[in-house]
Write a protein that binds this ligand. Structure first.
Ligand code: SF4
Length: 485
């Protein structure tokens, strides 16, 4: 039985009883003098004027609103959640933008089926595709397709959050929460690498911090730098797990008139100068498992090759490189890199972008969350589809997937820090705002009797003003239907 002076939080299905001075299971709500309060400040965004210090708190005011004239956007961060879903969202705020009556519905959504797409800029092999990704030993996702010099992990989702053991769900939720809130997370991949990943930071693979992502595949690297090698070396092999390039055979070399060298590579020749599968994937040269580049070469053709032939072997990041000259028996002998080639290797490095981790939160408002916006939920979906309603997460723009529901992705680095929370069901709590014209809100059956003005936020919860992220479009700029002038 709960204590007499405990109050019940009804903001999620856990329905905690909270004693005075204590917090509920998620630490988001507490009992303050018998009142249920949302403990984190409610975040309001002020339109950034090229501040250069985007999303840095610059003012914190408890329970006061000074009526300042800076355009303000009410985010859902700290706004609270209403439960069950048919209750109107915590804040339905009207505002005027360019003489148009606008409206923003804000709520901290509870996402039980959400996930994270994690892009890790590295050539290094992290693990076989489809293998499990683990945190604290629990499966929290899997390795998915590798694309354009980045390895992709898919984490979370309904099967890990709710479909496994309670511990698996809890660890998955904690992992997603930390990643979305910009914290570093340790992961391991079955039959693969161990990782430390953090949004906006370089990945650490098997205790080695990645510095740069590759300039392109081996073939692309040949295409980009062939001219710079012309006349300085007889052949170049760009070692790459995906496509290894050979200058003398490649179309780029042919057009420059580079002579055949009699070089022969292992692996499968795709087209001239482009080889697949020269080695196994790994964490060494060009995302392969080779430490000795000569291991991917066969003997030179003695009818074509000549003693003294100059060969550069280099990886797609320039991190690995070696220079050889053929001896009388046509065996490559390692030599110092000539100064004329030093510059081209440095140029490859220079053209590589810094390696980073990117965290995209993927959530869906296609379910019951819509009932807090309108009594006829499907009309919100149609309104988003018709671009009458803009969806934002903590004021950050989202990409709404085509197809059914309102399934969206957002780059967490464009959101204010610590915008995410959790409830122990387990599920992630994420801010979501719907902005549309007031007349469109009325037309889709919105809760018009719950519409309130910005000024009505004068008292109550702690509020924090922040500058909007300068790279984000202002979320209150007028919402227009596609094709509307
Ligand atoms: S877990 Fe948090 S939101 Fe849910 S009932 Fe408890 S205090 Fe309220």
């Amino acid at each position: 039985m709960p204590d007499d002076d405990a109050i019940r939080c009804d903001a999620c299905p856990v329905l905690c009883y909270i004693k005075p001075g204590r917090t509920g299971a998620c630490d988001r709500y507490g009992n303050r003098d018998g009142q249920l309060v949302r403990l984190d400040p409610h975040v309001l965004l002020d339109r950034a004027v090229s501040r250069g210090d985007s999303v840095v708190p610059f003012l914190e005011r408890e329970g006061s609103w000074d009526g300042n004239i800076v355009p303000t956007f009410v985010t859902a961060i700290g706004a609270g959640t209403t439960y069950p879903d048919y209750k109107p969202a915590p804040f339905i705020i009207s505002s005027q933008v360019d003489n148009v009556d606008m409206l923003t519905v804000v709520t901290e959504g509870i996402f039980s089926y959400c996930g994270v797409k994690l892009k890790i800029d590295t050539d290094r092999h992290l693990g076989p595709e489809t293998n499990l990704v683990r945190a604290q030993g629990e499966p929290v996702g899997h390795v998915t397709t590798s694309e354009y010099g980045s390895q992709m992990l898919s984490l979370g989702g309904v099967r890990h959050l709710t479909g496994g053991s309670r511990h698996e769900g809890t660890v998955t939720c904690e992992t997603l929460l930390n990643l979305c809130n910009g914290k570093a997370v340790e992961l391991s991949i079955d039959d693969g690498a161990t990782l430390t990943v953090q949004a906006g930071n370089p990945p650490v693979v098997d205790n080695v911090q990645e510095e740069r992502m590759r300039v392109g595949c081996g073939s692309a690297t040949i295409g980009m730098f062939a001219k710079q090698w012309f006349g300085k070396v007889d052949d170049v092999v760009v070692v790459d797990d995906h496509i290894t390039g050979v200058l003398s055979e490649h179309q780029a070399g042919k057009l420059l008139g580079i002579a055949e060298t009699g070089i022969k590579l292992k692996g499968r020749r795709s087209t001239p100068g482009r080889y697949f599968q020269v080695a196994e994937p790994g964490t060494a040269w060009g995302g392969t498992n080779i430490h000795d580049p000569l291991s991917i070469l066969k003997d030179f053709n003695p009818k074509v090759a000549w003693p003294g032939l100059r060969l550069l072997m280099v990886s797609t990041t320039g991190e690995h490189h070696a220079y050889f000259e053929l001896d009388e028996a046509l065996h490559p002998i390692l030599k110092d890199l000539p100064p004329a080639l030093t510059e081209s290797v440095a140029r490859i490095k220079e053209n590589c972008e810094p390696a980073l981790c990117t965290v995209l939160f993927m959530g869906g408002a296609g379910g019951s969350l819509r009932a807090g916006v309108t009594e006829n939920p499907v009309r919100l979906t149609h309104s988003v589809r018709d671009t009458l309603t803009r969806v934002t997460c903590g004021g950050a723009p989202v990409y709404v997937w085509p197809g059914g529901g309102i399934t969206f992705m957002v780059d967490v680095s464009r959101m204010p820090q610590n915008a995410f929370g959790y409830v122990p069901t387990p599920a992630l709590v994420a801010p979501i705002e719907f902005t549309l014209k007031l007349k469109d809100y009325a037309a889709l059956g919105g809760y018009m009797d719950h519409v309130r003005s910005l000024d009505s936020l004068m008292s109550g919860q702690l509020r924090r003003h922040m500058s909007a992220h300068e790279a984000n479009p202002w979320p209150l700029s007028s919402v227009k239907k596609q094709g509307e002038p």
